[in-house]
Design a protein around this ligand. Structure first.
Ligand code: IVH
Length: 667
């Protein structure tokens, strides 16, 4: 087949599967088959850079990090909403609307859930996504096109026919589904990173990252609720029809929008959803009530702040009153000390809440929370309930101010607080609490997956001094186990069998299991693929780590620090002696440029040696002269005769940007 046609066919096939997956939640092929189509397209595009197109699904995770965001002006300002907090406020809104409209034109209202996310504008030209922007101050926002493209639910091309220069603008809310947010936070905690406060903050932060490759790992989706055509005659007559149209174009619309011709049923609907909204997987903080008729909307007009045809009805966040019974400190795997309030149990959004995080010392001071205090707890999207307020007027004088620990509550080591850091830490790497957490992580299902070796067994093993680090797990003998409480012959055999089985775990699991700060399972996989052996990774310096796309300076220095520690070396020796797998065994090292030969000519944006190393670290080869076996000539400014030779031999000539497009090499 003509490669151009094949590329186009694959692109539309992939987008169709995206649509089925993200819009209809009804995929018709497996993830594996999808990945295969994707790789096939990537390969063809790599072989034919002349057919590159910004709307290709391969362009979702785009090039190198940005220096900053450029500014864009919104043709129609992105307004905010007027707020209402009571039924009376709403009835007032209704009468204002009725007064402003002609007598015989009673309004119909559309009620939509108010998604608690980040509002964005998407601009399609000729049906192709050309620009995405944040609201900013409503007039000027940031250009976040590269980040928005990473969201699979955003089609890069709309369904339907559009004139070449026809503009369609849609606006809506980007959000992070709660289960994905929670999963992401678990992974962050597992790799020693701070969990993000709530799905909204996580979304806002993810859209403002300068490296779209990191944004691509953040599980975000979108609902649209606003439409504008450059060709006014295309505009539907009602807001409800706009929502239908948005859907037909292949964009997501929140499915619970409803239309009402009287306030009574509208208010019942609002009340019903105050209960039901906690069942949704996305956060909502209210309803938006909009006049349906587009002509009526125009008649009502806008203020500089909000439209007069719409109003937000805010639901109160769920919160309850309870008592702080005690405050205790938890010691994490990396030694981080987290103060936690033990609460008198209360039922909040369907779950019993017994504990609330106090985050750190500053937060305790800010709240001035004391043991015995009556407090208001809230669960508004946060993973762990928060204390929002201390009710100081109901204090009896019996409350006990909390003195933040100066010593680790587990090992007694003096607590440290690094400059510029909010968290206090126990610096003792041998602290039993840290050790227990680290070991539990090491043997967890996501890491070495050592069945039968859970936190309670590890606790006992640490307690009696049999296990002092991961390496010791592999020298546990059956006799040692039989000495423990409730350990029968058969269980001991099972434990030993699981430990032995885990020796064969893949290299990426082992790297993840070490619990190196900032190294989560995804990073571990990338490292295992690139280095193929633990020894190669352990020898890598920061410079070579930084050549890998996806590895930034924080991760690189954390890795170098880990592998340079004497203690790590000793543990690794124990693991080696025990016969653990140190190699990536499943398949060859996957490299984007493997099998390709490059020749470089002309002046490039950075030293030629750097680019050479980057190509090599992505699996490619760099030679000095052009031949018919050369895959690509990388051509900078003022190229020499190599360029003429390449053209004569039919070797593809690419520039630096195209090289970065081919790979995910850091620019
Ligand atoms: S309409 C001109 N509809 O709420 C119309 N906004 O508090 C302006 N929001 O900035 C917005 N869900 O980010 C509208 N269904 C919805 C919404 C919604 C969430 C956000 C939006 C807006 C903010 C105002």
């Amino acid at each position: 087949m003509d490669p151009k046609i094949e590329i186009e066919k694959l692109r539309s096939e992939i987008e169709e599967h995206n649509r089925r997956y993200y819009l209809e939640a009804a995929p018709v092929i497996s993830d594996f088959e999808y990945d295969e189509l994707f790789s096939k397209l990537k390969k063809l595009e790599r072989e034919h850079p002349e057919y590159a197109a910004s709307e290709s699904p391969t362009q979702r995770v785009g090039g190198a990090p940005l220096e900053g965001f450029s500014q864009v002006t919104h043709e129609t300002p992105m307004l905010s909403l007027d707020n209402s907090y009571s039924v009376d406020d709403l009835l007032e809104f209704d009468s204002r609307v009725r007064k402003a409209l002609p007598r015989d034109e009673a309004p119909v209202y559309v009620a939509e859930l108010k998604i608690d996310g980040v509002s964005v504008s998407l601009l399609y030209e000729g049906g192709v996504l050309v620009r995405a922007a944040t609201r900013g101050d409503g007039r000027v926002g940031d250009d976040i096109t590269a980040n928005i493209k990473t969201i699979r639910a955003v089609p890069l091309k709309l369904n339907g026919n559009f004139g070449e220069n026809e503009i369609v603008e849609v606006r809506g809310e980007v959000y992070m589904p709660r289960p994905d947010f929670e999963r992401m936070n678990e992974e962050r905690v597992a790799s020693g990173e701070q969990p993000l406060a709530n799905p909204r903050n996580a979304t806002a932060g993810s859209l403002k990252l300068l490296d779209p490759r990191i944004t691509a790992t953040r599980p975000m989706s979108i609902f649209l609720y606003w439409l504008r055509y450059s060709d006014m005659s295309r505009m539907p007559g009602s807001h409800y029809e706009c929502l239908q149209r948005i859907k037909e174009m292949g964009l997501r619309v929140e499915p619970n929008a409803a239309r009402f011709d009287n306030m009574d049923s509208l208010i019942k609907h609002l009340e019903l959803w105050n209960e039901k909204r906690s069942e949704l997987i996305y956060e909502t903080d209210g309803m938006v009530i909009k006049v349906d008729g587009v002509a009526q909307q125009t008649m009502l007009g806008v203020t500089s702040h909000h439209p007069r045809y719409a109003i937000a009805f805010k639901y109160p966040p769920e919160q309850k009153r309870t008592k702080v019974m005690s405050i205790e400190i938890q010691v994490g795997r990396t030694g981080k000390l987290t103060p936690v309030a033990n609460l008198e149990p209360v039922l909040l959004s369907g779950t019993t809440v017994k504990r609330a995080t106090l985050h750190n010392r500053d937060e305790i001071e800010r709240l001035d929370v004391r043991e015995g205090d009556t407090v208001i707890v809230r669960k508004a999207g946060e993973i762990i309930p928060q204390i929002v307020e201390v009710l100081k007027d109901v204090r009896t004088g019996e409350e006990k101010p909390y003195e933040f620990a100066v010593k680790c509550p587990v090992c007694g080591e003096a607590v440290i607080r690094d400059e510029g850091e909010v968290d206090a830490r126990c610096p003792n790497a041998f602290c039993p609490a840290q050790l227990r957490e680290r070991l539990a992580h090491f043997s967890s299902r996501q890491a070495m997956d050592i069945e039968n070796v859970g936190p309670s067994l590890l606790n006992q093993l640490v307690g009696c001094g049999i296990v002092k680090d991961y390496g010791d797990i592999y020298s546990i003998r059956k006799e040692d186990l039989l000495k423990l409480d409730r350990m029968a012959e058969k269980s001991a055999d099972n434990v030993i069998a699981s430990i032995n089985k885990s020796k064969k775990a893949s290299l990426d699991r082992l790297i993840f299991a070490f619990g190196i700060r900032h190294v989560g399972s995804r990073t571990a996989r990338i490292l295992a693929e690139r280095f193929a052996s633990l020894d190669a990774l352990a020898e890598a310096d920061e410079k070579s780590l930084l050549e890998i796309s996806d590895i930034g300076p924080t991760v690189a220095s954390s890795l170098v620090e880990f592998f340079s520690q004497e203690h790590s070396k000793e543990v690794i020796k124990k693991l080696r002696d025990a016969g653990l797998n140190f190699h990536q065994t499943d398949g060859a090292v996957s490299s984007e440029l493997s099998g390709m030969t490059f020749v470089i000519t002309g002046t490039l944006s950075r030293p030629r040696d750097d680019i050479k190393r980057a190509i090599e670290s992505a699996g490619g080869k760099v030679t000095s002269s052009v031949s018919k076996n050369t895959s690509y000539l990388l051509c900078g400014d003022d190229p020499g005769s190599k360029r003429d030779k390449a053209i004569a031999l039919g070797v593809k000539v690419i520039d630096e940007k195209q090289l970065y497009d081919l790979t995910r090499i850091r620019q």
